[in-house]
Design a protein around this ligand. Structure first.
Ligand code: NDP
Length: 293
């Protein structure tokens, strides 16, 4: 069997196109341009690349990007003051604080200070609680993207066995919550799980969010399963260069699975598209407009 390759790049581009259309309508009908503030403290090169990519995607969607670059010496009080100003700014509908933050700043205090209605990362405790309660909320972007990719090949996940490897607050746990909301039967596995390969072999949907290069092998996968690979791991490649691989041994998985996401080009592009989606949703909600499908 050869799996369908789930093309995250194309699916993300389609989603971004739809968002751009919705943004244009929002502007034409209500004069609202969704604005997202991206806050970067310090000069981490990887974060800077990511922030630039985000800014480009935001502009292409017809939204406004408000970039806030602060020095690495910024105090917690200074960052809290900036968050308060962004919370109060009606032109800002989404606030994203790039993590990790320097050690003098408590990231939990910062995330908790963001207006939950502008928390487009979905990390504020109130939004985490709403997601856990099955209430409408701003859900974290990467998990949203994972579920959209799974639904791109199987529109109803109801009744399916889902196994999520990883229980982080930013990926594993929210993916599990979203799969539960889709009526899947969800198991969350982690580093203390006994006989992980056997647990994975039960899965009709297998989500790997581990951070271990190619740990999930072909014989861990149930024939025909949907495999969503969240991992981003840099490993040595050819001629002294490095390359990016996922948490799943892709070539092996492609022989067994029904569908599998590649790395790169799978979950990654969906994360930014879902950030735009959350910003659009936040802009509508903050202006008292009904949610779109
Ligand atoms: P974390 O390190 O926070 O969590 C990893 C999880 O994997 C933990 O729950 C850990 O278990 C579990 N784990 C680690 N080793 C094993 C093992 N040997 N067997 C079973 N479970 C194990 O990572 P994140 O959730 O933040 O990220 C996971 C991956 O996803 C990374 O590669 C990251 O780069 C990538 N990522 C990709 C994004 C994208 O946009 N595509 C966005 C965010 C992350 P335990 O809790 O017991 O320690």
């Amino acid at each position: 069997m050869t799996a369908t390759i789930i093309d995250g790049k194309t699916i993300a581009a389609q989603l971004r196109g739809k968002i751009a259309t919705d943004v244009a309508h929002l502007n034409a009908a209500h004069g609202i341009v969704p604005g997202i503030a991206v806050v970067l403290v310090g000069a981490d090169p990887a974060s800077e690349v990511y922030v630039r990519t985000k800014a480009k995607a935001v502009a292409e969607a017809g939204m406004r990007a408000i970039d806030k670059k602060l020095p690495v010496t910024t105090s917690e009080a200074e960052l809290l003051a900036l968050i308060a100003a962004l919370n109060a700014d009606p032109a800002v509908h989404g606030i994203l604080v790039q993590l990790p933050l320097p050690p003098q700043i408590d990231s939990h205090r910062i995330i908790s200070a963001i207006d939950p209605g502008k928390d487009v990362d979905g990390f504020h405790p109130l939004n985490v609680g709403r997601l856990a309660s099955g209430l409408p909320t701003l859900a974290p972007c990467t998990p949203l993207g994972c579920v959209m990719l799974a639904k791109s090949v199987r529109p109803s996940l109801a009744g399916l066995e889902a196994v999520v490897i990883g229980r982080s607050n930013i990926v594993g746990k929210p993916v599990a919550q979203l799969l539960l909301m889709e009526n899947a039967t969800v198991t969350v596995a982690h580093s203390k799980t006994h006989d992980l390969p056997a647990v994975c072999r039960r899965a009709d949907i297998l989500v790997a969010a581990i951070g271990r290069p190619e740990m999930v092998r072909g014989d861990w996968i149930k024939p025909g399963a949907i495999v969503i690979d969240v991992g981003i791991n840099r490993v040595p490649g050819k001629e002294g260069k490095s390359k990016i691989v996922g948490d799943v041994a892709f070539a092996e998985a492609a022989q067994v699975a029904g569908a599998v996401t590649p790395v790169p080009g799978g979950v990654g592009p969906m994360t930014i598209a879902c950030l735009l989606l959350n910003t659009l949703r936040a802009a509508r909600a903050l202006n008292g407009l009904p949610a779109l499908n």
